[in-house]
Design a binder for this molecule. Structure first.
Ligand SMILES: NC(=O)c1ccc[n+]([C@@H]2O[C@H](COP(=O)([O-])OP(=O)(O)OC[C@H]3O[C@@H](n4cnc5c(N)ncnc54)[C@H](O)[C@@H]3O)[C@@H](O)[C@H]2O)c1
Length: 256
């Protein structure tokens, strides 16, 4: 699964699932470009991994910053082969409790950010006649926690974005959505810490997965690398649900 001489852009690559993707594609010999608002962590990661890695500070909700960042990636490494639209935020609120500001922030980063990155990366892929856009959706594109109205909406909409890219740019360019269950990342760790009983919340999250654990960033990253590789080249347009079985059980029947 070598990505030698290929360039992979990972948004939100400083931490969590994005960091996992950066590490796995780097291990597979790709040039990796990290786009993130967190410069300190992103630069540290880029320095650790060495010269085939580039950090570019970029807020994906800004069209100008995305355009500049993708230009920088192309100037540095000569093209774009894989885009991992991973940057995302989660805000807890029901529809009636969600302010316009929170709704816009979630949509602008999770959905519009993915659109902007695809908009500027796809023409670079077209120049070389191949490429893939991987959209980091969520199990919450199919099932929803309570009080995540904007988040679950944004993640569901990413499936439409994925389909549109697959349909419009076939056969040269593919797109898949990856839909993770609960993954042990800073996003979840911070959410647990903010809950009244962090350990209980963490255990409850573990318990709703049939495998009785949370997933790791590396597991999601390995799926992204597989989807982007020649071995995954028949995957196109669909969501890939990698969720420890969170989405398949209704509940216990009570039978012996
Ligand atoms: N952790 C989970 O359980 C889980 C499950 C399903 C889907 N996801 C999705 O996977 C993605 C990564 O999640 P995570 O848990 O690793 O999150 P995380 O909060 O641990 O990391 C997210 C990264 O995105 C960056 N980021 C945030 N806003 C940005 C912006 N405007 N521009 C550029 N970068 C920005 C952050 O600085 C951070 O480095 C998200 O889209 C999330 O919705 C996560």
């Amino acid at each position: 699964m070598s990505f030698k001489n290929k360039t992979v852009i990972v948004t939100g690559g400083s931490k969590g699932i994005g960091e996992g993707c950066v590490r796995v594609f780097h291990r597979e010999q790709a040039n990796v470009v990290i786009l993130d608002v967190d410069s300190k962590t992103g630069k540290k990661l880029s320095e650790e991994l060495g010269s085939k890695t580039l950090f570019v500070k970029c807020d994906v909700s800004s069209e100008k910053e995305v355009q500049e960042a993708i230009n920088k990636a192309v100037e540095t490494f000569g093209g774009v082969d894989v885009l991992v639209n991973n940057a995302g935020i989660l805000k807890y609120a029901t529809v009636t409790d969600t302010s316009e500001e929170v709704w816009d922030a979630v949509m602008n980063i999770n959905l519009k950010g993915a659109f902007f990155c695809a908009k500027y990366a796809i023409p670079e892929m077209q120049k070389q006649g191949a490429g893939i856009v991987i959209n980091m959706s969520s199990a919450q594109a199919f099932i929803s926690q309570d009080k995540v109205a904007a988040y679950t909406t944004s993640k569901t909409a990413m499936l439409g974005l994925t389909r549109s890219i697959a349909v419009d740019y076939a056969p040269e360019i593919r797109s898949v959505a990856i839909c993770p269950g609960g993954i042990d990342t800073p996003l979840n760790r911070e959410a647990f810490e903010k809950s009244p009983n962090p350990e209980q919340t963490r255990q409850a999250t573990i318990d709703i997965h049939l495998v009785k654990r949370m997933g790791t960033a590396k597991e999601i990253a390995e799926m992204a690398a597989f989807a982007a590789s020649e071995k995954g080249s028949f995957l196109n347009g669909h969501p890939i649900r990698i969720d420890g079985g969170i989405g398949v059980q209704i509940g216990g029947s009570g039978a012996d």
